[in-house]
Design a protein around this ligand. Sequence first.
Ligand code: BG6
Length: 463
Amino acid sequence: MVDQADALVFFGATGDLAYKKIFPSLQSMIRHGRLNMPVIGVARQGWNLDQFKARAKASLDEHGGGADPALLNKLFSLLKYVDGDYRNAETFQSLRQALNGAKHPMHYLAIPPSMFATVGEGLAKSQCNIGARIIVEKPFGRSLDSARTLNSTLSKYFPEEAIFRIDHYLGKEPVQSLLYSRFANAVLEPLWNRNYVASVQITMAENIGVQGRGSFYEEAGAIRDVLQNHIMQLVACLAMEPPAGEGEPIRDERAKALTLVRTLSPEDVVRGQFAGYRDEKGVAGDSTVETFAAARLWIDSWRWAGVPFYIRVGKCLPVSCTEIVVDFKKPPQHVFREASIGRSNHLRFRVSPEVILAMGVRVKKIGEALEGTSVELIAQRHPHDEMEPYERLLLDAAGGKADFFAREDQVEEAWRIVDPILGNATPVHSYTPGTWGPAEAQSLLADGVIWRDPRDEGVNPDA
Ligand code: BG6
């Protein structure tokens, strides 16, 4: 029986992540009747509780769809605030008092990774780590080496089963739905391999730029920002073997899938930068940081040998959409005289902005000729995710459910895959904002394959 958390502590309580994501999730949890534990914000801002409450209200007004008075009152009744430097023992003594004997506090580190060691040590010295869980945010390291260092730092103060590494993509409804559909339908399993799948495409497109986060982005780039984490989680969910059940077996299989992904080499990657990026605030005039990356991944397993996984991520692309398309092989013979046999069969999982699960098939056009057209059977279509990923994940962590959190070995495997192509291992090509990135990305695709445009909704082009 796993213990339910009885206090939520968040470090970095006056910061950006808390403002944009944590307070809105707390309001939502209260709306759903799921938050009854004290919530303690910790920061070094020189604030008092009233100022902290004002920040919570402003966050809900701006990012939580407006502060609901009843929900806000309830949130205020749960909020406590500890002000202090993370390097001072007194800060942690005050936290211990605020915890008021809580047996299973959950400490959320919404702070830069460079502070993890300091806070971990403070929690341990004040014994606030006993019986506790810790939640950490991406970026989890900047490279394989730094991720290993971070993992060993955290493991000094918390056992692995108490460490919850957030990747909000794993908290998204359609990602969980992808996992569910794969293993709740026996009919998919015979098709889910190199015998039937021709290729897999994953597009994570954003039509926004870096939105004032230029200095953050200069340190990250698209590969570190989303490919190493969000995309690798999607690859793991697509490629993994059937788990023996919920819980740790799901994490075992996701991690195992990544161990089989071949380390990327420069010829499998094309990097791009949108024209105008270098004029953003906080960006170097000669920056070579990528705002776009396309990659071709290979998985060296019996199931996936020879099946390319084509990935495209980027900012300032024509549309904001994350979508996975699994393309099946074409029929081995042209039976009908029609000019084109159209698109192959496919499965399409739209992760955002809507939730869509669809299967592409050919059907005969009504009429005399034996000619067809491509259509989709929509199994599921929902305008948006009903629950914010952060709410789902905080509730899971509070209940000790780690299925949708990244484990140490998985994070390190994901870094191992991208490590050799970080930085300037490959040239960066300029592209015009509002286009699909540099033309060079086409060179990654096999003959006859095109990058799918999510605006085609899976049915066009008929090629
Ligand atoms: C974050 C990245 O992890 O994911 C951002 O740091 C990106 O750059 C965001 O915009 C995308 O998340 P979502 O949920 O909007 O697809």
